[in-house]
Write a protein that binds this ligand. Structure first.
Ligand SMILES: [Zn+2]
Length: 459
């Protein structure tokens, strides 16, 4: 391992110039105008993978942007790592808020400013350099490596599920490794072991065939706006607990070990409250804020619409009312089961005075891996070696649907080791990558393959 570290030390100076080229390609997957750039970026990734020593590199066409696949399988008996990442980036508007051009990587105060620097080009490049150091120094890796790098993550990975389903043998592995998440805070290297799922709905209520005069008809029929408020008020009690029958049946309880880990993190509720501009924090009683956001399900109203909302006053009795609502789910809640419980509950609590329609929109399954998973433990050891400190074991309130797909379709546990800082401005102007975290991340990644290699025989 020492020689691998020496290699990194010796070549570090050229890393920025190479990363700069990668970041210069405006691979914005959402914009049709950039279709050629996205392809050029996929080709750049292919070339780079060949440069760092991956013997098999292929570009796969999809109905959208190409998928890059590479492998090195020269370690028989060792585990196989499936590395996943994305080379596409978010759009850059509003452009005038960028302090330096989004596709000209610029270093200020030890941070690289560019679109994609943190999400996710900088983080996959970190692995490229760790792989390169092993390959150039030893001619081999401590594990078998399969790499799947897509160009549609920022637009919902529309063609990835299909690719995974049709390439199950190709993608066979022992663990998925992803670096597309954040550290809990600066100098707190983190492993994310749980993500929430989602179900999303639109509720439509109709009272009458058209809007009515509230003087001539008020008192004769139900007001859908008011009924909607009553229906929504039935969703939670005052302590923030969701009242949908059976909603909590499959919720995996937090273990004492997890609660202890979360308590160890430096989290200042008061500062958090201030940063949000909230008069008070609120959530399910009996849980801390981190527990509520990471490990408890929620019910949220995402939007409401009914009646007259313009300037002035209009005495109208609206014909319709609409709400968009969603629930963040945690392991082991099943989105289909929760959707059914929700639809039944809405029908039960909505009075017959209005017609109700519930439309299910998108969603995704929650995911987690256990803390005692040998690969999670191995990643923890690598972080201790690379950063010189203990990792934080954290969860995220958001969703990364592909992680659940890897678990379901390929039966793989995943290690989410991200080095973006919470203030990395991903998806926003002035996206940035902290070079200190990046440098430690390269070393940690190099150690991680080594530690994964020690977890026992592969398939
Ligand atoms: Zn990303």
């Amino acid at each position: 391992m020492n020689t691998v570290l020496d290699h990194i030390e010796l070549h570090r100076d050229r890393y920025f110039d190479e990363l700069k080229q990668f970041l210069a390609i405006p691979s914005i997957s959402a914009l049709p105008d950039h279709k050629g750039d996205v392809r050029r970026c996929a080709e750049w990734v292919c070339d780079e993978l060949r440069r760092i020593g991956m013997p098999t590199v292929t570009l796969h066409e999809t109905a959208g942007h190409p998928i890059v696949y590479a492998e090195w399988l020269g370690a028989p008996g060792a585990p196989t790592v499936l590395f996943y990442g994305h080379y596409d980036v978010q759009p850059v508007d509003p452009l005038d808020l960028w302090e330096s051009p989004p596709f000209e990587a610029t270093v200020r105060d030890g941070e690289v400013y560019a679109r994609g620097s943190a999400d996710d080009k900088g983080q996959i490049f970190m692995h490229f350099k760790a792989i390169e150091a092993h390959m150039k120094q030893n001619g081999r890796l401590p594990v078998n490596m399969k790499m799947l790098i897509e160009g549609e993550e920022e637009v919902g990975s529309a063609n990835l599920d299909e690719f995974i389903r049709t390439h199950i043998d190709l993608l066979k592995a022992d663990v998925v490794l992803i670096s597309d998440t954040e550290m809990f805070e600066r100098d707190t290297p983190s492993i994310c072991y749980g993500l929430r799922g989602l179900v999303y709905f639109q509720i439509d209520l109709r009272g009458t065939k058209g809007d009515l005069h509230s003087g001539s008809f008020g008192g004769a029929v139900a007001n859908p706006g008011f009924v909607l408020a009553q229906v929504l008020a039935q969703m939670k009690d005052r302590g923030g607990r969701i009242k949908i029958s059976g909603f909590y049946d499959d919720v995996r309880a937090l273990t004492e070990e997890e609660r202890t880990e979360f308590k160890k993190l430096r989290f200042n509720e008061n500062q958090y409250k201030k940063s949000l501009g909230a008069p008070r924090l609120f959530g399910e009683s009996g849980y801390s804020t981190l527990e509520r956001v990471w490990a408890r399900p929620t019910f949220e109203v995402n939007g409401l619409l009914s009646g007259f909302t313009g300037a002035g006053a209009k005495t109208v009795l609206p014909a319709v009312a609409m709400a968009k609502v969603s629930m963040r789910l945690v392991p082991n809640q099943d989105p289909d089961k929760i959707a059914k419980l929700f639809e039944d509950y809405v029908k039960k609590v909505t009075p017959r005075t209005v017609e109700v329609k519930v439309t299910r929109m998108h969603g995704g399954k929650p995911w987690m891996t256990t803390l005692d998973n040998p690969y999670v433990q191995a990643a923890g050891r690598a972080i201790r070696l690379g950063f010189g400190q203990d990792p934080a074991f954290i969860r995220e309130g958001g969703s990364i649907p592909v992680v659940a797909t890897f678990q379901e379709t390929l039966g793989l546990p995943a290690v989410l080791f991200g080095i973006a800082l919470p203030d990395a401005n991903t998806h926003a102007p002035n996206e940035k990558l902290d070079l200190g975290s990046f440098n430690k991340g390269v070393i940690t990644s190099a150690f991680m393959y080594e530690e994964f290699g020690k977890t026992g025989a592969g398939r």
